[in-house]
Design a protein around this ligand. Structure first.
Ligand code: KIV
Length: 357
């Protein structure tokens, strides 16, 4: 505790934004997803791929770092297009994509599928992949092996792991030593709900608040390039941000972090279904109500298919000219398929040649 207070007061006396030791935290990574014969979306700023150097520069200048979760190709393309700095393939996929109540059930294999899809869609953001529950807790060796797979098979640039128990700090250190950039995660760590007693905010009393800061410092000392602070009171996040040299990324941790992260589905207001509305966290601002748009579009589609107004001429683009239609009808008649020929004759007036736009 005394050591922590000492570090905190030192941090308050000197500006932490300008005394960053690049050698300690430097790590450049940018896995380029494979090209395909079809090509893919080009990065919005091909020469400005986000690396740890980019993040350090933003942090030094006091610019907010943006991180959003992504789980698949379209969400990744959207993040890239919007210029988001970090795409986190979060194990929240377990809840918002797979429909589980917690992040515990998702497997490494499932996470790797999400990682690869995101790597194909997000060419510019730094790609961070969560280590799934049960894939890194047994030993530092297991943690390194899993982290390596997330980079080699998932195409990620870095990994994130939760918690700050000594074994977790050791795992983070070993992963960094293996050449893999690590993001820490403290405060509410959803993989630990079993011991936390549910999705509960952390740092609400002196002991717990100090633990949040101490754990973040330990993760920094282990070589992490950044730490997520989840569901802690704003003053606790402010303390951690002041004392750390690496950027803090807040979620439900108030405005005094170096950057912010939100879950894609939450920030877009995707989950308008009552079951999901219930799990959208109260700290999350819904920047859109995409769920309402989706439900409205699906209802209109259903209605138009049922009343046969979709697809009309406009969405029936493939042409056949009059001569071919005549020949086709004759063939059908020769085959004894008069009913089919009559069907062609009935629609030909509207769906032949130039009449189709
Ligand atoms: O999995 C996730 O989405 C996360 C964020 C909440 C930081 O870990």
């Amino acid at each position: 505790m005394a050591a922590l207070l000492n570090r905190l007061s030192k941090a308050c006396l000197t500006s932490t934004k300008h005394n960053f030791k690049i050698s300690t935290y430097a790590r450049h990574m940018s896995n380029i997803p494979e090209d395909t014969v079809y090509g893919g979306p080009k990065p919005q700023n091909p020469d400005k791929r986000v690396t740890l150097t980019t993040l350090r520069a933003k942090h030094r200048k006091g610019e907010g770092i943006t991180m959003v979760t992504a789980y698949d190709y379209p969400s990744a393309v959207h993040l890239d297009t919007a210029g988001i700095d970090i795409a986190l393939v979060g194990d929240s996929a377990s809840m918002v994509v797979h429909g589980y109540d917690t992040t515990l059930p998702i497997t490494l294999e499932e996470m790797l599928v999400h990682c690869r899809s995101v790597a194909r869609g997000a060419k510019r953001p730094l790609l961070v992949g969560d280590l799934a529950f049960g894939t890194y807790e047994s030993s530092s060796q297991q943690a390194v092996d899993t982290a390596v797979r997330v980079l080699k098979e998932g195409g990620m640039d870095a990994i994130k792991l939760e918690g700050g128990a000594p074994s977790r700090i050791s795992a983070a250190k070993h992963i960094v030593e293996a050449g893999i950039a690590v993001m820490g995660h403290v405060g509410l760590t959803p993989q630990a709900i079993s011991v936390l007693g549910g999705f509960r905010p952390q740092g609400k009393n002196v002991l717990s608040a100090v633990k949040v800061v101490e754990t973040a410092l330990a993760l920094q000392d282990a070589g992490c390039f950044s730490v997520v602070l989840e569901c802690v009171p704003a003053p606790v996040a402010a303390a951690a941000t002041a004392v750390l040299k690496i950027p803090t990324i807040g979620i439900g941790a108030g405005p005094f972090c170096s950057g912010q992260v939100l879950v894609y589905h939450d920030l877009l207001g995707m989950m308008q279904h009552p079951h999901h509305a219930k799990v959208t966290p109260k700290f999350c601002k819904q920047f859109a109500l995409v769920g309402e748009v989706i439900t409205k579009a699906l209802s209109e589609y259903k209605q138009e298919v049922e009343n046969r107004s979709f697809p009309g001429i406009m969405h029936s683009p493939y042409k056949i000219n009059g001569a071919e239609v005549d020949g086709f009808m004759k063939e059908l008649q020769k085959m004894g398929l008069d009913k089919a020929a009559a069907a062609v004759a009935e629609v030909a007036e509207n769906f032949v040649g130039d009449k189709i736009q």
